[in-house]
Design a protein around this ligand. Structure first.
Ligand SMILES: [Zn+2]
Length: 193
């Protein structure tokens, strides 16, 4: 299995580095899907269809992401095709995974407003209940990543190095400090152990 960076405009890179190389949102070019997510895209094709704003992933958080995709798939059942990922990224040392469950809006901020306002107008409908369930699943998964090393998935905490915020175990924080290129490489490569 090789993990070539076939989408050169979008590499999975952590923290502030990611912000220096933002996805190309405009133009005809589709923002990239991280090679780490190719397996997930095969398994849950519907979640990765259509326009998105770039889907990146840190290797250490991939199992949590895989789990949340599985949970969403189970929770939605027949309605699974309504759901898709809009953007997955790392920001300031935690996972930010944005999604939508209808095509009413392509705008990320509208989508976020919809999510938080799921129960705002009277009796919850079945659709709003489903949306709420998904919101809870994704929120819980994001929370989990706050204490997981973004490289290896072991216990970690938020740390800062030269303006980069990362969630790391001690070993990988040392790697970041001394060999940042290796840190980035390991962060975007699935562990084989
Ligand atoms: Zn680690």
């Amino acid at each position: 299995m090789k993990y070539q960076k076939t989408v050169t405009s979008q590499q999975s890179i952590p923290g502030e580095l990611m912000q220096k190389a933002p996805p190309q949102i405009t133009g005809n070019r589709e923002p990239g899907i991280d090679p780490l997510l190719h397996g997930m895209r095969k398994r849950y094709a519907g979640m990765f269809l259509g326009r998105h704003l770039g889907l990146s992933m840190c290797a250490g958080w991939l199992p949590v992401f895989e789990r949340v995709c599985e949970d969403i798939d189970l929770a939605l059942g027949e309605e699974r095709d309504d759901f898709r990922w809009v953007q997955t990224k790392e920001k300031f040392g935690s996972a930010r995974w944005y999604w939508t469950m209808d095509e009413k809006s392509e705008n990320l901020f509208d989508i976020l407003a919809n999510v938080s306002g799921a129960f705002s107008d009277g009796m919850p409908t079945l659709a709003s209940q489903r949306r709420h369930s998904v919101a809870e699943l994704v929120k819980a998964a994001e929370q989990k990543t706050r204490t997981m090393c973004m490289v290896c998935g072991l216990n970690g905490h938020r740390q800062e190095h030269r303006g980069w915020y990362v969630v790391c175990c001690e070993e990988h924080f040392q790697l970041l400090k001394h060999q940042p290129e290796r840190f980035i490489h390991q962060c975007s490569t699935r562990s084989t152990t």
